[in-house]
Design a protein around this ligand. Structure first.
Ligand SMILES: O=C[C@H](O)[C@H](O)[C@H](O)COP(=O)(O)O
Length: 224
């Protein structure tokens, strides 16, 4: 019987958990991303909650799940070192650059990723792409700038679609940008960031992952 996508996500989370158990220093703070794949990881992390100091979390949803398991969550401002950050992705390429933010958590994710020494990305193989951009690029905007940012995105060649009704944990809105032809993800990430009113965007190219754990039908592939 074919392995379901949920089973693959679970396997990727298990492989990351095994790696974290081996590599995370005792009583360290671990960075936790957001999404259905990371949820499996959080559930496993509960097994070693006494061996870690606490977590820093990229969303209210992950914070709630961590706390349900009795894992303390610290404000990032109280933390100077995050040795390992574990998160999923919507797309990942061979250089471990990613598109993230399908769940709207991109800004806090990018902040924790910036602090972390090692970013471990956990995905099922459907997230692997030759070129980023089939998944629309999420852009978090200050609400009053939505239309302006949309017009600027059109000038860059993208088709902006407002994710109407969604408010991020930071009180902002999301624009999903379709049809970008992404030849240089780092350049586009910078261009999007330089539009006034943009808080952050879901291209994780300047700071990609250090390790990708990819689960497919045949097992686990670890890419560094
Ligand atoms: O905002 C959400 C995050 O960037 C997620 O890490 C990403 O959308 C992948 O989520 P999932 O593991 O549910 O596919």
């Amino acid at each position: 019987m074919a392995t379901s996508q949920e089973q693959l996500k679970q396997r990727a989370a298990q492989a990351a958990f095994d790696l974290v158990k081996e590599q995370l220093p005792k009583q360290a703070v671990i960075g936790i991303g957001t999404g259905s794949t990371v949820n499996y990881f959080i559930d496993l992390l509960a097994e070693i909650k006494d061996d870690i100091d606490a977590a820093v979390s990229s969303s209210e949803a992950s914070t709630a799940r961590l706390k349900q398991h009795g894992i303390p969550v610290l404000d990032l401002n109280a933390v100077s070192e995050v040795p390992i950050y574990v998160d999923g992705a919507d797309e990942i390429d061979e250089h471990l650059r990613m598109v993230k933010g399908g769940g709207g958590a991109l800004t806090r994710e990018k902040i924790i990723a910036a602090v972390a020494d090692t970013f471990i990305c956990i995905v099922d193989s459907s997230k692997q792409v030759g070129r980023l951009g089939s998944f629309p690029i999420p852009v978090e905007v200050v609400p009053m700038a939505r239309s302006y940012v949309g017009r600027e995105i059109v000038k860059l060649g993208g088709d902006p679609v407002w994710r109407e009704g969604v408010v991020t944990d930071n009180g902002n809105w999301i624009i999903d940008v379709h049809n970008f032809d992404i030849l240089d993800p780092i350049h586009l990430e910078q261009q999007l960031n330089s539009i006034v009113g943009v808080v952050t965007n879901g291209l994780f190219a300047q700071r990609g992952a250090n390790i990708a754990i990819v689960a497919d039908e045949n097992g686990i592939q670890t890419i560094k």
